[in-house]
Design a protein around this ligand. Structure first.
Ligand code: GUN
Length: 173
């Protein structure tokens, strides 16, 4: 189970513990709280589903802002150690901190090309992927249209949040 249990929390405590599940976007957790949390949301997947629904119900502008709140993969902020706790472990978990200079250069080119085309950074749930999988997905998604990439990015962000909540539940148990 999660700690503290959402159903036994107050708004301030809930945000303190779950506000960062969506990268730099605590309003998603707040919307879930305002929507009404019940006992059933004490399970990571149920809470993840509710928080995902809050993002789905947000305006297109709010959704784009959440996408834009994500750091580049293997980017300058990662190299400088400026990522959030979760992003740091996710990027390291995929071996992105082990890139060769050539691989870092490739990520830099792809990050720039993707942002140039879509106006937001490339976001992918990296759990279970290595840097070669990520580079392959990156090249493939660069060919997509804007509407499809917006949808894919939101799906991936909801997936990232589910993995983050599951990891916290594992840590707490
Ligand atoms: N997927 C999982 N973590 C991250 C992250 O920090 N940045 C991006 N772009 N995608 C991710």
């Amino acid at each position: 189970t999660l700690f503290p249990l959402p159903s036994q929390s107050n708004l301030e405590t809930f945000i303190a513990h779950y506000g960062d599940v969506y990268e730099h976007s605590p309003w998603v957790a707040e919307a879930a709280w305002q929507h009404g949390l019940r006992q059933e949301h004490d399970a990571p997947d149920a809470l993840a589903e509710l928080m995902g629904l809050m993002l789905r119900q947000a305006t297109p502008e709010q959704q784009i802002d959440v996408i834009r709140a994500h750091p580049d993969l293997a980017g300058k902020a990662a190299l400088a150690g400026e990522l959030t706790h979760d992003s740091t472990s996710e990027q390291a978990g995929a071996g992105l901190d082990q890139c060769s200079p050539e691989e870092f250069t490739r990520f830099e080119q792809l990050n720039a090309a993707y942002k140039e085309k879509f106006g937001f950074p490339f976001v992918i749930a990296v759990k279970g992927l290595d840097r070669y999988d990520i580079l392959a997905a990156f090249e493939e998604r660069l060919d997509n249209g804007l509407a499809q990439e917006r949808e894919t990015a939101i799906q991936q962000i909801i997936r990232i949040a589910r993995f983050r909540l599951r990891a916290r539940a594992d840590e707490a148990s």
